[in-house]
Design a protein around this ligand. Structure first.
Ligand code: HEM
Length: 145
């Protein structure tokens, strides 16, 4: 009866399995997880932040397997859209869906140079220190006058 008794209070089921995260039934992969699937017998692609295992589709692809292998293990969104694939092609994608791109890797896409850079926190830290010093000087000057 009381099925929710074992459930996490936040209703979020998070498990880890070889770097892949499972949250609420959706598998999330990082760019590192995906990058290694770049061979003709093991081919993954990212299209619009979703991850596809297209190994079994390579030989069936009307545009040839070469173009798919060029993008293997990486984000193929731009090339996929450049071709102007039909609605049928977009529907076919669902058969190969295995998960989604992890949030951390999306940040790496948006800020490719900043995601793991020390400048991300150093500049705000220096700015905060300078403001703190200026405030102190200002308060000391006003106290003595
Ligand atoms: C799993 C992902 C993909 C699926 C399911 C898919 C499916 C298809 C399908 C069904 C067609 C026939 C035309 C149409 O219906 O639009 C096609 C053609 C084609 N695709 Fe893909 N495709 C995928 C990924 C890609 C990627 C990443 C490229 C990028 C280089 C690409 C390049 C092409 C080309 C060049 C053609 C031939 C277009 C033509 O001859 O007019 N495809 N694809």
């Amino acid at each position: 009866m009381n099925e929710s008794i074992d459930k996490d209070a936040t209703d979020t089921n998070i498990a880890e399995d070889n770097c892949e995260k499972v949250e609420d039934g959706v598998k999330y992969y990082t760019l590192e997880d995906i990058r290694v699937h770049n061979m003709s017998n093991d081919t993954w692609l990212i299209i619009h932040d979703k991850v596809y295992d297209i190994t079994s589709f390579l030989e069936e692809h009307p545009g040839g397997e070469e173009v798919l292998l060029e993008q293997a293990g990486a984000d193929a969104t731009e090339s996929f859209e450049d071709v102007g694939h039909s609605t049928d092609a977009r529907e076919m994608l669902q058969h190969y869906l295995i998960g989604e791109l992890h949030m951390v890797s999306m940040v790496a896409f948006i800020y490719p140079h900043k995601a793991d850079s020390w400048t991300t926190w150093l500049i705000p830290a220096i700015a905060a220190t300078v403001v703190g010093i200026l405030c102190r000087i200002y308060m000391l000057e006003h106290k003595s006058s």
